[in-house]
Structure formats: C-alpha cells, structure tokens
Write a protein that binds this ligand. Structure first.
Ligand code: TRP
Length: 338
C-alpha cells in the first residue's frame, strides 16, 4: 500500500533582487491564499540558490530581509507558516548532496533554466548553477512536501523532483519520498513586463520601467502604468478579444489579480474603454492594494533584528521537520551512525 503523506506545501523564492509585482501576484499572494487551508505551509528564502550566480554579500543580506518583510507584509503569518532562509537549515544541502548522486547528468543537461541562465557561457558558469535542480528537489523533499506552488518556468524542476523521488524510492526499494505535485499559476497570475508583453516581469530586466517594485511609491506606480506599452485599440468586452494583444492582456490580468476577480468580470466593466481611461483605474487600484504592503515592508525594514529573530525561529521549526527525514534518508542509504 502506498504511504500516506501529510498534505504539505513548500515553495521558495530567491533573494536575488528586489521584490516585484510579479513575485507578489505570481507567488506570494498565492502562498497567502494557501495558508490556513488543509495544508501545512512552508516558505523559504532560497539564499543558497541565489548564489549560484554572483551576489554581492551586502545585497544578498538586504534582499533576504526585504523578501522576508515582503512575505510578512503581504499576509504570511510566521506563526501559521514556517518562514525561514535556506542556508540556516543545513538538512537542505545534506539531502541535496544525496540527490546529486541520484540525479543523472542527462537529466540536468535538459534543464532549460540552466541553458537560459548559462547562455553561451556554459564553461564559465558555476557547478552550483548546474546542480541547482537537485538542491531544489532537496528543498521540497526534505519536508516530504506534497504540493509546490510555482510558476510555469519551474514546472520542469518540479518534474525533475518527481524523477529524483521515484529513482531514489526504486533504487533503495522504499516508498519513502512522495511524488510531489506542482501547483502551477493560472494565466492571470503570470505578470509580464510592462514594456514587452511577451517577457516575464523580472527583477533583472535592465529597464526599471518594465516592472513595478514592491517598494515603489504611488507616483512611481502611476507613472509606470501610464507609460506601459499598449496598442491603440479600445479594450474588448470578451476574453477572445485579448488574443494577440499581449500588452493589453497583461494589464487586464494585473487588474483582475489585484481585484481578486476574473478577467471576464473586468472586461464586462471596462470593455469599450480606451487605455487613457483604463490606465488611471489600474494605477489607482494598484496603489490602493500595494501601498499598504510597501508601507509595512518599509516599517519592518527599520527593524532588521526583528526580521532576523523571525527567520531564526522559522529555521528552528523547519529543522524539527527536516532532521528526522534526513536521518531516515541516511539510514536508508547505509550511512553508519545514522
Ligand atoms: N527555482 C525557484 C525559482 O527560481 C526557487 C526555488 C528554489 C523553489 N527551491 C524551490 C521553488 C523549491 C519551489 C520549491 O523561482
């Protein structure tokens, strides 16, 4: 009989830059929604993943704390969820090493994120960047997490996690690791660049006008939305009318996600309006929803010691969950002393 696993959600975000509206709508807001459901929720700032490409230490420290502040300001309750940074729970790297021995070169060679990030510079990219997905599998499986909310771009890594779990279970003749389900974001939560509707909104885009940062003030938000690229047509009343209009679709999606309603509902209201009318509506909504979060983030950032305490407590709770699973893994593998 197959083992029953506790319903457990794990997800991670890299503290490799400031937080954007894309991180908020595509990840954090969804994490908040899963909190308090039937799942235990574990959320992690994956600092060890961030350093697979160069991070300035002072920036990494600041971005980790800012990400933590962003989680809390958005509604993640550190009592209800386990909230911590990856490096403080050594079980991730310990299980990551075991998984380096389970994952095959051929599997990792197929990872599109590695190909994208390494680009033409493969020979000069870090070994960590290549092995990244095995550590990600360890992040998930060291808690026996059953569900992982991620963006479409991470689906391949979650599939690799399933392959690693299955191979481990098979090779050692156990039913120990769960086969984790990816929970993929809907189209409405995939936030695209404000300058190019075919590219994901990214903290690493050269143009700051392409993204809304969670630390932007009301003026900056309004200006970025006003300048967002669009087409000259009026908004359609039906979803089909957004076909081949990536920029229009993106702004409508953002509106729907911020308002917590469907794209259909938004279009029923704004169909027929010009962007000159819709953009100020969107700017007002965005400022309305985001400024309480950015204000709270700024407040938390004035108390880094408090943030560090929350992270330390989260890491302690995480270790309580992870350490028996790692111990059992070592035992299965045949490590004397475990
Ligand atoms: N690879 C993810 C990203 O870049 C971050 C991540 C690391 C993650 N470990 C994870 C996401 C575990 C989900 C589960 O977005």
């Amino acid at each position: 009989m197959a083992t029953e696993f506790t319903q457990r959600v794990f997800s991670g975000i890299q503290p490799s830059g400031g937080l954007t509206l894309g991180n908020y709508l595509g990840a954090i807001k969804r994490f908040v929604d899963m909190q308090g459901s039937d799942f235990e929720t574990i959320y992690c700032m994956v600092d060890l993943h961030a350093i697979t490409v160069w991070q300035d230490p002072a920036d990494l420290r600041k971005n980790t704390r800012e990400l933590c502040a962003g989680f809390i300001a958005s509604g993640i309750d550190p009592e209800q969820s386990v909230l911590f940074n990856q490096s403080q729970v050594p079980e991730h790297t310990q299980l990551g090493w075991i998984f380096n021995t389970v994952a095959r070169m051929g599997w990792l060679n197929r990872m599109t994120q590695f190909k994208d990030k390494a680009g033409k510079n493969r020979e000069n990219s870090s070994v960590g960047l290549f092995a990244y997905p095995a550590l990600m599998a360890a992040d998930i499986l060291v808690y026996h997490a059953t569900h992982v909310p991620v963006g479409e771009d991470q689906k391949q890594h979650v599939e690799l996690t399933r392959d690693i779990a299955a191979k481990f279970n098979h090779d050692y003749g156990v039913d120990f690791f769960p086969i984790t389900e990816p929970v993929i974001e809907g189209a409405a939560t995939r936030v695209m660049s404000l300058r190019d509707g075919s590219k994901k909104m990214s903290k690493s885009d050269a143009s700051d006008m392409s993204r809304i940062n969670m630390t932007d003030d009301a003026d900056a938000i309004a200006q970025k939305i006003r300048k967002a690229r669009t087409d000259p047509d009026a908004l359609p009343s039906e979803v089909e009318g957004l076909k081949d209009r990536a920029e229009a679709r993106n702004l409508v999606n953002i509106y729907a996600a911020l308002e917590d309603c469907s794209v259909e509902q938004v279009l029923a209201d704004v169909g027929g309006k010009q962007f000159s009318e819709f953009k100020p509506m969107l700017a007002e909504l965005a400022v309305d929803k985001l400024s309480p979060i950015s204000t709270e983030m700024a407040r938390l950032m004035t108390q880094p010691d408090e943030i560090d305490k929350i992270l330390a407590r989260g890491a302690e709770r995480a270790r309580e969950l992870a350490s028996p699973i790692l111990k059992k893994t070592y035992e299965i593998v045949g490590m004397v002393g475990s």
